[in-house]
Design a protein around this ligand. Structure first.
Ligand SMILES: Nc1ncnc2c1ncn2[C@@H]1O[C@H](COP(=O)(O)OP(=O)(O)OP(=O)(O)O)[C@@H](O)[C@H]1O
Ligand SMILES: [Mg+2]
Length: 392
C-alpha cells in the first residue's frame, strides 16, 4: 500500500532519524519547512502521514487543528516540546499520535508502526464495513472481583478504536458499574433510560443512550443508582447487545461477577470470553471452578486466558497455571500499579495518558492479537487451539 510520508517543521530542524527509519522500510519521506508547499502536498494526496513539528512560527496545537480541519484524512503525528506534551489536547486538536521532541528510537518506530497499521486498516475500509455485519462481542470476565476487568475493558476499547474500529463498551455491572467513572464521565443517559424509553421502539436507537468518551469509544453505562438495576432483565441485555452489534465493529462487555441470568446471557452473546486472572491461588481456584461451569454450559471453547499483574519470578509458574486451568495462556499483562492507579484516579485510561508504559504496550499487544484472530477464518482458529493438549 502507498503511504505518503511528510515532515513539516517551522524551524530548520531536519527530519533526522524519521527519514532514516522510513527509508530502511523503503518509504520515501518528503520534508518541507514551507507551509504553502505542505498544503499542496496534502491536497494532492489521500493516504498521508504527517510528522508535524512547530514551535517558533506556529503553535503546534493550533497548526494541528488547522490542518486536521482542512485535511481530515491526514494522520498527524504531533512532535511537541517535552514540557508541552498533552495527549488529550493533541487528540482534541485532531492529532492521531504524539511524540516528545526528545523521542527515542523505540518511541519513533512505535509511532511509525501505529501509523502504518492505521493506514492499512483504512485502506481496507470496505472490508471494515463488511466486518461490522460480523461484529465481535468480547466479554471480559472473572468470577472474582478486583482482578482488573474494568481497567482492561476501558483500555482495550481505546486500543481497538485506534486501530480504526468502531467500539462500544457495555457495562454489565448493573449495580455498581464503574466503566463511566474510569473514563471520568457521569452520563445522563444509561442502559436504565434505554430500558425505560428506548427498548422495543425502533426510533430510539441504542447509540442515543450511549456516551462518547475520549478515545472515540461509545459506552452504555450502568444505571445511575444501584437500585435501578432491578428493572433490567437478561432479555434487555440481549437486545442491547444485538442492537450494538449492528452499529459497532467490536462490543466489549465488562462482565458482572455473579453468575446471574444476565451474566449467562452475556456469555452466550459473546464470541470471545477473556478470562482475566491474576497469579493468586484463590483467584486461580475460582477461575478453575468458573471454567468447569463454562464447560457445562458449552461456553468454554470461547475462553482465552489473560493473566494480569504478572511480575517476573513471582507467584506460580505459568506452566503450572496452564495445567491447573487446562488451557494455554493467551497473553499476560505486567503489574504496574503506578500506571493503573493514576489512570483510575484521574479518570483517564492509560491508553490515552500513558500508552507507552509497559502496561499500555501490553494492552495494545493484546488488542492486536485479538484483532488478528478475528480476521482469521474459523479453520485457522481451530488449528491454533489444537496445539495444547487438553487434559493431563
Ligand atoms: N496491571 C495492573 N497492575 C497494577 N494494578 C492493577 C493492574 N490492573 C488492575 N490493577 C488494579 O487493580 C484494582 C482493580 O482494578 P479494576 O477495578 O479494573 O478491577 P475489576 O475486576 O473491574 O474490579 P471490580 O470487581 O471491583 O469490578 C485497581 O486498583 C487497579 O489499579
Ligand atoms: Mg470492575
Amino acid at each position: 500500500m502507498d503511504i505518503n510520508w511528510y515532515y513539516f517543521s517551522d524551524t530548520n530542524t531536519p527530519p533526522g532519524e524519521i527519514k532514516i527509519l522510513l527509508e530502511k522500510q523503503r518509504f520515501k519521506l518528503t520534508a518541507t519547512n514551507q507551509i504553502e508547499k505542505l498544503h499542496t502536498l496534502l491536497i494532492q494526496n489521500n493516504q498521508s502521514v504527517l510528522f508535524l513539528k512547530a514551535h517558533t512560527l506556529y503553535n503546534v496545537y493550533e497548526l494541528c487543528q488547522e490542518i486536521s480541519v482542512l485535511y481530515p484524512h491526514v494522520y498527524i503525528i504531533l512532535i511537541v516540546p517535552d514540557n508541552m506534551e498533552n495527549l488529550k489536547k493533541a487528540m482534541l486538536m485532531g492529532a492521531s499520535d504524539t511524540l516528545r521532541s526528545s523521542y527515542d528510537h523505540d518511541e519513533l518506530s512505535e509511532a511509525i508502526d501505529h501509523a502504518k497499521k492505521y493506514m492499512e486498516h483504512r485502506a481496507k475500509k470496505d472490508q471494515l464495513y463488511l466486518l461490522k455485519e460480523k461484529s465481535r462481542v468480547i466479554a471480559i470476565s472473572n468470577p472474582k472481583g478486583g482482578v482488573g476487568r474494568t481497567l482492561l475493558t476501558v483500555n482495550l476499547a481505546i486500543s481497538f478504536a485506534r486501530m480504526g474500529k468502531k467500539v462500544a463498551v457495555i457495562d454489565g455491572n448493573l449495580q455498581f458499574g464503574e466503566v463511566a467513572m474510569y473514563y471520568n464521565m457521569k452520563p445522563k443517559r444509561t442502559i436504565y433510560e434505554w430500558v425505560k424509553e428506548g427498548y422495543g421502539r425502533e426510533n430510539y436507537s441504542i447509540d442515543q443512550y450511549m456516551t462518547k468518551v475520549d478515545g472515540d469509544v461509545s459506552i452504555l453505562a450502568a444505571p445511575p443508582r444501584p437500585e435501578f438495576f432491578e428493572g433490567i432483565s437478561d432479555e434487555h441485555i440481549k437486545v442491547s447487545v444485538e442492537a450494538a452489534k449492528k452499529l459497532f465493529d467490536i462490543v466489549l462487555i465488562d462482565m458482572p461477577v455473579f453468575l446471574s441470568e444476565i451474566h449467562l446471557r452475556c456469555l452466550d452473546m459473546a464470541d470471545e470470553i477473556l478470562l482475566l486472572a491474576i497469579n493468586e491461588i484463590s483467584v486461580l481456584r475460582l477461575s478453575q471452578l468458573y471454567l468447569e461451569t463454562l464447560e457445562s454450559i458449552k461456553q468454554r471453547d470461547k475462553v482465552k486466558l489473560v493473566l494480569n499483574r504478572t511480575a517476573k519470578g513471582q507467584g506460580i509458574e505459568i506452566k503450572k497455571i496452564e495445567e491447573i486451568l487446562e488451557m494455554p495462556l493467551f497473553h499476560s499483562l505486567p503489574d504496574q500499579a503506578n500506571v493503573a492507579n493514576s489512570s483510575i484516579k484521574a479518570g483517564q485510561p492509560f491508553m490515552l495518558s500513558n500508552s507507552r508504559s509497559q502496561l499500555g504496550k501490553g494492552v495494545w499487544k493484546l488488542a492486536e492479537m485479538l484483532f488478528d484472530q478475528m480476521n482469521k477464518g474459523p479453520a485457522e482458529s481451530k488449528k491454533a487451539k489444537r496445539w495444547f493438549p487438553v487434559g493431563k
